[in-house]
Write a protein that binds this ligand. Structure first.
Ligand code: M6R
Length: 616
């Protein structure tokens, strides 16, 4: 949540910072701000409620010169979204300015102490405490900027990624992190540095990145090498990584929204996800994680999957895949519940974190707990170099490219694709998968991208269909077996971007309560592809029909039964049961998208949400 970008170098900082904020806006978008040190050493701070474009309006015709600056786009935690609460915050003397991601848990105590020493606060945020505290220790202990940052952070409880600029040190930016990501990009020679909360805003300028670790502080100074040290005052070797982001993935590529682009990306990115892992010529799946940790993974007593939101839905499919192909019991946990309920974790458990962003605070905390208990930690992550990716024993990237739309789409299918390959590779290693089925799934996986493409061709039809349902206040999504998690995912997609209340249920559970809701006003989406329990789901459909429920059915091409029962249906190509979610979720993504567009809503940046949930 929230996005940070900072620059120090020879170029004008403002265009770099504003461009960076636009790239980061998906993380938080309720207010934004920028601080620039002008050529005359004047600190200019501009802020606005709302989107980055509002900030640009505010800054228009103001002095935006300067080759050093910091900027922020906010997702409010403490204090309402407003210009007053937007970052950067400025210290009492006006010398220091700071941007922050995370939450300072002991901010009330610190603020009271600082107030009693004559500090005044302009905002309701926890962040303002940080900038005042740094100034206080700097003045009272006679420290330079980085020493003051270190001393102040030692007094802080909570999570932070910060960048600080001191008007009196115009050649220096200081950044630090704990439990919130921070990356430094090295530009030309040692003459310019970029700092950001993730690589996306700086990837167009450099591929040379340094990821800070918890409790590390970095000094970016013109003309000098990076200096990294930690809260224990130890110097830390600078580890430069070559990170190349596909920049075409960072723009809309002609689509009206990132979400639609990312839905349409799926055939290509699933090819990327399988490339070099699914080897058609050998009819095999080879995952380096399984090869490198064969013993540990094949001997696992149990898998525990920890994740949130869409990634949790992928985890439910992962459970079925691993139990089916590997005969290992799997539990799927909400990371937020798991981390606080004293779970029993054994050293021979494999704890698997699934996360698109790799920064979700609860998932990160859950794997830390797992590591402490001695479990082996496996990551299924999209964002390369993210905190979760770096805190696992091994893992498999899903490689679907940056996902910008808040509603997760291609990450879900990428996660399911990786979980399928993992279950097959592990099942083969354990000797628990039937060889005929193993080869059949490998064969069929190769056709999935093309089959998704065929579903996408129905986009116009689904758009027309969506118009019928924008009136609805409630939706019910029902599926069974492999398609039950798809029902949950379809409901989540609709509610988060269209603000229509939607519930996903296992279809048979309908009789145990939700059936009471059904009337002619209630659209019911059945995921009724031609697989296990097809006949049973047809019976569930009859039950809805006889109560005048309005059905939208996702069915397999050529289904002769359902089209005679319902007026609205979308066909998906035939596939194997275990791969059904990869296809049946696509029309639900498109349906949610078009309903939200019909309602005139901001699909990519729905209200109250953020792409990366880095606070618990
Ligand atoms: O980055 P992660 O996969 O860890 O994020 C988990 C959830 O926050 C995320 O899936 C969220 O539910 C999405 N907005 C769903 O579309």
């Amino acid at each position: 949540m929230c996005g940070i970008v900072g620059y120090i170098g020879k170029r004008q900082a403002y265009p770099i910072l504003i461009g960076g904020l636009h790239r980061l806006e998906y993380r938080g978008y309720d207010s934004a701000g920028v601080a620039l040190l002008s050529e005359t050493d004047k600190l200019n701070v501009y802020k606005a409620k709302g989107k980055v474009s509002e900030l640009e309006n505010v800054a228009q015709e103001k002095d935006c010169t300067g080759t050093i600056g910091i900027a922020h786009t906010r997702w409010a935690t403490h204090g309402e979204p407003s210009a007053r609460n937007a970052h950067p915050h400025v210290s009492e003397s006006g010398n220091l300015t700071l941007v922050h991601n995370g939450i300072i848990e002991n901010y009330v105590v610190l603020r009271d102490q600082l107030k009693s020493r004559g500090y005044h606060f302009q905002s309701d945020t926890d962040t303002e405490v940080l900038v005042q505290l740094i100034e206080y220790v700097q003045q009272s202990l006679g420290l330079n900027l980085e020493q003051a940052v270190q001393a102040a952070l030692k007094r802080v409880i909570g999570a932070y990624a910060i960048v600080v600029l001191d008007r009196r040190f115009p050649n220096r930016l200081v950044a630090a992190r704990k439990s919130s990501p921070m990356v430094v990009g090295i530009g030309e020679d040692q003459s310019e540095y970029f700092v950001a909360s993730d690589a996306s805003p700086i990837a167009e300028y450099t591929t040379q990145m340094v990821y800070l670790k918890d409790e590390e502080i970095v000094v970016c100074e013109r003309g000098r090498d990076l200096h990294v040290f930690n809260l224990s005052n130890e110097d830390v070797p600078v580890e430069v990584k070559n990170v190349e982001l596909d920049l075409t993935m960072l723009d809309k590529g002609g689509f009206p929204h990132f979400m639609l682009k990312e839905i349409f990306d799926q055939p290509a990115v699933l090819e990327d996800c399988m490339r070099g892992r699914l080897l058609p010529e050998h009819r095999r799946i080879v995952l380096s994680a399984v090869t490198d940790h064969r013993e540990r993974l094949t001997q696992a007593r149990r898998f525990i999957i920890v994740s949130c939101g869409t990634s949790w839905h992928a985890g439910l499919i992962g459970k079925q895949l691993i139990e089916h192909f590997c005969k290992i019991p799997v539990e799927v946990e909400y990371a937020s519940e798991f981390r606080y309920r004293e779970p029993v974790i054994m050293p021979d458990d494999v704890v698997m974190a699934i996360s698109q962003s790799g920064e979700t605070a609860d998932t990160l905390a859950a794997i830390e707990l797992a590591r402490e208990a001695g479990a082996f930690v496996f990551g299924v992550v999209n964002a390369v170099g993210s905190s979760i990716a770096r805190n696992t024993d091994t893992g498999t990237y899903i490689h679907v490219g940056p996902e910008i739309g808040v509603a997760s789409t291609k990450a879900f299918t990428g996660q399911v694709c990786v979980l399928t390959m993992l279950a097959l590779a592990l099942g083969e290693a354990r000797g628990t998968v039937d060889p005929g089925e193993y080869h059949a799934v490998i064969e069929e996986l190769q056709h999935i991208p093309e089959k998704i493409g065929r579903i996408l061709e129905q986009n116009d039809r689904i758009e027309v269909l969506s118009k019928i349902f924008t009136y609805a206040h409630n939706f019910l999504y029902l599926g069974r077996g492999w398609n039950y998690p798809v029902a949950l995912e379809g409901a989540l997609k609709l509610k988060e971007i269209s603000y229509i209340h939607a519930e996903g249920y296992p279809a048979a559970e309908m009789k145990h309560g939700p059936i009471a809701l059904i009337d002619q006003e209630m659209p019911v989406v059945f995921i009724a592809t031609h697989h296990q329990q097809y006949e049973k789901i047809i019976s569930n459909m009859q039950e809805v029909r006889s109560r005048n429920g309005r059905i939208i059915a996702i069915i397999t091409e050529g289904d002769q039964v359902v089209p005679g029962m319902v007026s609205e249906y979308i066909e998906v190509p035939e596939t194997l049961a275990c791969l059904a979610p990869l296809l049946s979720v696509i029309p639900l993504q498109l349906l949610a998208y078009h309903v939200a567009v019909q309602k005139g809503l901001n699909v990519d940046q729905p209200r109250n949400l953020a792409k990366s949930v880095t606070v618990e």
